[in-house]
Ligand binder design. Structure first.
Ligand code: ADP
Ligand code: MG
Length: 585
């Protein structure tokens, strides 16, 4: 094909694709505009997960009547004049791309009235073309309705997920902005039902109660200003969980830089690192941390939609966050946890450095390996008093099985004392690591059913499975859509061969539906966790000595034998010293 300049329509659709990925991106951009316009009340409504309709209404400054059309031009903004201004950005928007992009791929109705004008303007735009402009009454502020998103981009429309998944992405953005701007009252309604509202009281704790619940909201500790700040112009505020409150993954760490939600592995790790030795290995805090620093010290112009920032001096920011959180924990934590965890968590056996390095080099090529190496690097620059190596993989020593208690726990003895092992949790851990390592080598033990079985599921579940057939495939399933909400199961992972395929598929769908945790685990891991839970031996089941021994031997082989894949402990360790102490010897 000869070289040709793309038509305006095609070019603007391509550009729009960078900004508008899914309904949640529209919500994000419109809400940012409302915040930038100084709104105190922002209402968001959606229909069909935002695919059919997204409406955002605010009581902000509005757009002057003679600027309404310009607002929809590409690269038109009231927030930036020259390239130098990029160093002084204090608004969320500045690229002037959002309205143009959204209008290029949907039907937009924009109604606005500037605070000092007596009547408003209504503009209707379809696929980037202005269809109507008329005067319109409305209180000062702006309301934007976005209908039929991607009506002219079938390829994009095809990639949209179920309504529920799209709603979840929208929920995530709205709660983030509610946290970052507690003085604004946000209301979110899906299909005419209000699902979230922040009070707009100005107090972040009030927002956290609305986002999580009263119990969590009340338990969170407010970050106290660090007294010896590594950098005086970096301010760290927010709330962090006390060490007694933790989660199985790091998705509950929410970070903002200058009022902008960011994903930043290094800053998340700064928070996690502050909990070093305070919470069990493999568990993560819940935290909402705001970092404020001079705009010139951070580059927010990394990508049109991605939530990434670049710091001029990342190390200083890392230390400021780590220190503020650590200090808060040490000052505010209700009880020293070390004494409580000393009993539950084996700290005494060898965490030999070789073992750790071994594991690191062994994992080097995989994604988790990269994460681990990063964590090690990050922990190296922590304060000297904490230069202890981050907890290594706590392999367990060889154990001698003594017996079973309550058909639920295995009692064992090791060189350092007595171990009480939860048979279900331990078995889950064993199956989980086996399944994932089989998957890595692409040889998952799969059991072909004697006769393919058809399983009828709910619409959501069937949709989710259909979206993720390749994930199922990699874990040893052979499943295919069989019309309607029915799936045909030909094979399942061997470990769940005994379970009903219907139950197993429902577990898998639940796993696929259980929210995003992109940083911590892959979808495969998430699904594997649920499958292993179904497959593991239950509490209340009597085990023979041989079975117990087999379980303990397998647990000894595990990389992370101390917790089940869901993060609960697999064992309680009573050290010889502890026993002596309890008996007053
Ligand atoms: P940007 O936010 O990067 O400036 P947008 O395309 O999102 O670019 O918006 C273009 C302009 O339209 C903004 O700079 C602002 O002046 C105006 N605008 C958009 N939404 C609103 C709103 N809700 N209230 C007031 N002005 C708005
Ligand atoms: Mg904008």
């Amino acid at each position: 094909m000869p070289i040709r300049v793309l038509s305006r329509d095609v070019a603007s659709q391509i550009a729009a694709g960078e900004v508008v990925e899914r309904p949640a991106s529209v919500v994000k951009e419109l809400v940012e505009n409302s915040i930038d316009a100084g709104a105190r009340d922002v209402r968001v409504e959606t229909r069909d997960g935002g695919k059919k309709l997204i409406r955002v209404a605010d009581d902000g400054l509005g757009v002057p009547a003679d600027e309404v059309e310009i607002a929809f031009e590409r690269h038109s903004t009231s927030k930036l004049n020259s390239a130098d201004d990029l160093d002084r950005i204090t608004t969320l928007g500045f690229r002037g791309e959002a309205l143009a992009s959204i209008a290029a791929v949907s039907h937009v109705t924009f109604v606005t009235r500037a605070a000092d004008e007596s009547i408003g303007v209504l503009l209707r735009i379809e696929g980037g073309r202005i269809i109507t402009r008329q005067e319109s009454g409305r209180p000062p502020g702006t309301g934007v309705s976005v209908e039929n998103l991607f009506f002219n981009v079938p390829a994009r429309r095809k990639f949209l997920r179920t309504n529920r998944t799209e709603r979840r992405h929208i929920d995530a953005w709205l709660t983030r902005y509610a946290m970052a701007y507690p003085q604004i009252r946000f209301t979110l309604a899906h299909d005419d039902k209000v699902t979230f509202q922040s009070p707009g009281s100005g107090g972040l704790r009030d927002v956290l109660i609305a986002v999580y619940n009263l119990e969590i909201g009340a338990a969170l500790l407010e970050i106290t200003p660090a007294d010896a700040q590594p950098a005086p112009d970096i301010r760290v505020t927010g709330f962090v969980s006390p060490p007694s409150l933790h989660r199985a993954n790091r998705t509950y760490i929410t970070l903002f830089v200058n009022g902008r939600w960011v994903q930043d592995a290094s800053l998340s790790y700064a928070v996690i690192q502050a909990y070093h030795s305070l919470i069990p290995h493999g568990r993560y805090p819940l935290a909402v941390v705001m970092v404020d620093l001079p705009p010139a010290d951070v580059d927010v112009n990394v990508h049109p939609a991605k939530s990434e920032v670049r710091f001029r001096d990342g190390d200083v920011v890392f230390r400021a966050v780590q220190k503020a959180v650590r200090q808060t924990l040490l000052q505010r934590s209700p009880t020293p946890v070390a004494t409580r965890t000393a009993m539950a968590w084996p700290t005494s056996f060898d965490r030999r450095r070789e073992e750790r390095l071994d594991r690191l080099s062994h994992l080097e090529s995989s994604a988790t390996g990269r994460q681990l190496r990063f964590e090690e690097r990050a922990s190296d620059r922590s304060d000297a008093e904490e230069s202890v190596l981050a907890p290594a993989t706590d392999r367990i020593p060889p154990l001698r099985v003594i017996g079973q208690v309550g058909a639920t726990y295995v009692v064992a003895e090791g060189p350092a004392g007595m171990y009480l092992i939860d048979q279900h949790a331990a078995h889950e851990r064993v199956l989980f690591e086996q399944l994932l390592s089989q998957r890595e080598q692409a040889r998952v033990a799969s059991q072909v059913l004697l006769e393919p079985q058809s399983v009828e599921l709910g619409a959501e579940a069937a949709g989710l499975l259909e979206e993720h057939l390749e994930v199922l495939d990699s874990l040893g399933f052979q499943v295919e859509p069989f019309g309607g909400n029915t799936m045909l199961v030909r094979a399942v992972p061997a470990i769940v061969a005994q379970a009903s395929p219907g139950n197993v598929l429902e577990d898998v769908a639940a796993a696929l539906d259980a929210g995003d945790a992109p940083l911590v685990e892959t979808l495969e891991e998430k699904v594997a966790r649920h499958v292993c839970k179904r497959a593991a031996i239950k509490a209340g089941q009597v085990m023979s000595r041989a079975e117990m021994e087999e379980l303990i031997r397998a647990l000894e082989q595990c990389e992370n034998p101390l917790t089940c894949p869901h993060g609960r402990p697999t064992m309680i360790h009573l050290t010889v010293e502890r026993l002596a102490q309890e008996f007053g010897r």
